[in-house]
Design a protein around this ligand. Structure first.
Ligand SMILES: NC(=O)c1ccc[n+]([C@@H]2O[C@H](COP(=O)([O-])OP(=O)(O)OC[C@H]3O[C@@H](n4cnc5c(N)ncnc54)[C@H](OP(=O)(O)O)[C@@H]3O)[C@@H](O)[C@H]2O)c1
Length: 265
């Protein structure tokens, strides 16, 4: 039997109450990790804790709004006091704001930046020092393929995910040799509450290949186990990223055709 790398590890997961985050918690919980469940909706986190208790998984609920820097520092201190230093921080909380740029409010665009970019800055500030003190830890960032494929109707969301990738890569260089592992996982389209929360019309995307949250979480866990720097786990996105790099004009034309078909479909 394969010994899990995460047995008894203290793993903090943001956005743990739904979608990919919930599945990451269940999968790492089954491997014997001690999971800290974070998110804003306490009731949702309690449901995940109960689900984990059913298979003997260890989880504590630690609600937190990642957009609030002060709250995040207090949250991290309380985790440190009650459960100890985190071995792994999984930055999964995120949201979008789907729509033509001029039709999305400046408040919604601000909330995307506050959650996806400021959120990871806040949590990393709060948890990295204790990892550096111990000389080990893993920082995981759930980005998106849109962090390498700028898309219509997702300008601000894509910008935040490009920023997530750049942030993680910068830290990887900066922290080299200090025992901190940095992993970025970049899912494609995933079936979760994300579409509704972001105002993305699910019906229009019905024909686009979509993964279950379970499969997307398995990709994240695999990327963590293999310490992948930037994990893209679907062939179409990998091909599109390559085409954008090597034949940007052709890529642009094909990409616009594809999105126009989605708009009209
Ligand atoms: N679904 C996709 O197609 C897709 C594709 C590529 C990448 N992703 C990325 O995958 C990650 C997870 O998304 P998902 O698909 O699993 O969607 P989801 O089910 O909507 O999960 C997002 C989670 O983030 C939490 N969250 C949102 N704002 C927060 C805040 N301010 N503070 C703390 N937690 C917050 C939400 O919980 P509360 O509301 O309770 O706080 C929710 O549990 C996101 O980073 C997303 O950008 C998703």
């Amino acid at each position: 039997m394969r010994m899990s790398r995460y047995r008894d590890a203290l793993v903090v997961v943001t956005g743990a109450g739904s979608g990919i985050g919930r599945q990451i918690c269940l999968q790492l919980g089954r491997q014997g990790a001690r999971v800290v469940l974070a998110g804003r909706r306490t009731a949702r986190l309690q449901v995940v804790r109960e689900e984990m208790a059913r298979f003997g998984g260890s989880a504590v609920v630690a609600p937190c709004d990642v957009t609030d820097a002060r709250q995040v520092l207090q949250w991290a201190e309380s985790i440190l006091k009650t459960a100890g230093a985190a071995d792994v921080l999984i930055n999964n909380a995120g949201r979008g704001a789907y729509g033509r740029f001029e039709q999305v409010s400046v408040e919604d665009h601000g909330a995307v930046i506050d959650t996806n970019l400021k959120g990871i800055i806040h949590t990393t500030h709060a948890m990295l020092p204790a990892m550096l003190e111990r000389g080990e830890g893993q920082l995981v960032y759930v980005s998106s393929v849109l962090g390498q494929l700028p898309a219509p109707a997702h300008a601000v969301y894509g910008a935040t995910k490009f920023a997530v990738n750049a942030f993680a890569e910068s830290l990887r260089h900066e922290l080299y040799g200090r025992g901190i592992d940095i992993v970025v996982a970049a899912p494609g389209l995933v079936d979760s509450e994300f579409a509704v929360a972001s105002g993305r019309p699910a019906a229009r995307f019905a024909k686009v290949p979509t993964k279950s949250a379970t499969a997307a979480a398995a990709d994240v866990v695999r990327a963590m186990e293999q310490r992948q720097h930037l994990a893209v786990n679907d062939r179409l996105s990998t091909a599109a990223i390559r085409l954008r790099r090597h034949a940007p004009r052709l890529f642009g034309w094909l990409y616009r055709q594809a999105f126009a078909r989605l708009r009209d479909g």
